[in-house]
Design a binder for this molecule. Structure first.
Ligand SMILES: [Zn+2]
Length: 421
């Protein structure tokens, strides 16, 4: 199960295992949220593996069935297991298998082990789970987590909140509200009423001030194709909604583009990081990292943390880090998208990007917290293999290599997000 590593690679992995780290991106909610749901082996196949199951041919209905804990596990496993064979070798599945081995003592996830994994998982789903997985096993000091709530209940999680929300309908504009994964709603301005475009900006600013005061060091946006900010165009969209001339604006519209631009500026004034999902998701043509270039140029003093190496636009994203002093590159999610691509990207990033601009790890999970460990094992293997090759070529010493890794996993995220750890 463990990857066969050279003795140098293994010694680097051992050194990395001793390091305390910052996990630079998760979607973990408060622990109580996880403890409130029934879990079994199929919980390990929620989240990203869901996409692999769908791509492998599993219908939406069958996915709902395997996650329906009111049905017998044996029945759900029979439905699931042919698909497991199809996704067995994806990087997403590897994270699940590493987690099952570490926490539930199973060398593989199969016919012989699924019942015992499920029993052990259910027994371990109790208070202290996050401490055991994140602190004790992963040595994470804190994880930057996005679940649209700042009330995370533990210093193990540090909230990152949405930069803004959707303003497609008058309902959304007049009562702007951020919604959490668990469905909790947070009004941007609980006391105010939005009657003008400036009211809307004020509401968004009040929200950003509030979440900063509640401990969020950053705000998250998407690398959508934004047009240059146009106040008159935004005013016109606002009035169309207010007068009921349209029920809903198109997804890409001047109101969105103007508010996003204003809030990026405000985030910078508040010394908050703007984190950016770039690349991979759904119709990923709408998430090209190059959409960010006009914004990076318009906001040179705002710190942007660009995620996922913009997969599949890896080289393009590396060039953002190469060419823009206000860009950091965050390897969250990358090692489980494809362990191979992340290793190549990291190697190339060493050549291209100043060492203070690379953020090495973010698990990027919600319910299956155990897979944060699976992902971290894969990230450590990648880091060790990339650095070992450089050491073997006499390009750096082992000490220099570990200093670099410490920057990626600790110094850089602490500095970028001004974390008090
Ligand atoms: Zn994410």
């Amino acid at each position: 199960m463990a990857m066969l590593l050279s003795s140098l690679e293994q010694s680097l992995v051992s050194a990395l295992e001793q390091m305390e780290i910052i996990d630079a991106h998760e979607h973990l909610g408060p622990e109580a949220e996880r403890l409130a749901v029934k879990v079994d082996v199929l919980t390990l196949f929620g989240h990203y593996t869901r996409g692999d199951l769908a791509a492998a041919g599993m219908s939406e209905d069958d996915y709902e069935t395997i996650q329906n804990h009111d049905l017998p596990l044996e029945q759900r496993w029979r439905l699931f297991s042919p698909y497991l064979e199809r996704i067995r070798w994806t990087s997403y599945t590897r994270a699940a298998r590493i987690a099952a081995r570490k926490f539930y003592g199973a060398d593989d996830i199969n016919e012989k082990t699924y019942l015992s994994i499920s029993e052990k998982m259910a027994a371990a789903n109790k208070p202290g789970l996050y401490e055991r997985v994140l602190r004790e096993t992963c040595r994470i000091r804190t994880a930057l987590s996005q679940c649209a709530s700042t009330d995370l209940g533990t210093p193990l999680l540090t909230p990152v909140m949405p930069l803004t929300t959707e303003f497609l309908t008058w309902e959304q504009v007049s009562r702007p509200t951020v919604t959490s994964w668990a469905g909790a709603r947070r009004p941007m301005n609980p006391d105010g009423e939005v009657r003008t475009l400036d009211d809307l900006l004020d509401a968004n600013r009040a929200y950003i001030r509030a979440v900063k005061a509640e401990g969020a060091p950053g705000l998250k946006m998407m690398s959508h194709p934004y047009q240059p900010p146009d106040r008159a165009g935004a005013e016109s969209c606002f009035r169309q909604l207010q007068r009921g001339e349209v029920d809903s604006l198109p997804w890409s519209n001047p109101l969105r583009d103007y508010v996003v631009d204003e809030m990026i500026r405000f985030a910078g004034e508040q010394d908050l990081v703007v984190a950016v999902h770039a690349g991979y998701w759904g119709d990923f043509r709408n998430l090209d990292p190059l959409h960010m270039i006009p914004l990076l140029e318009r906001h040179p003093t705002v710190r942007f943390d660009i995620y996922h190496l913009g997969y599949p636009w890896v080289r393009e994203t590396l060039m953002l880090g190469k060419g823009f002093p206000n860009v950091w590159l965050n390897f969250c999610w990358t090692h489980i998208i494809s362990q191979r691509f992340a290793r190549d990207g990291l190697d190339e990033a060493i050549d291209l990007i100043p060492s203070n601009k690379i953020i090495g790890f973010g698990g990027d999970y919600h319910l299956p917290v155990e897979k944060v460990y699976g992902h971290l094992v894969m990230a450590r293997e990648n880091i060790a293999r990339v650095l070992a090759a450089r050491i073997e070529r006499r390009q750096m010493t082992e000490d220099q290599a570990l200093t670099l890794a410490r920057k990626w996993l600790w110094d850089n995220p602490v500095e970028l997000y001004r974390l008090e750890v």
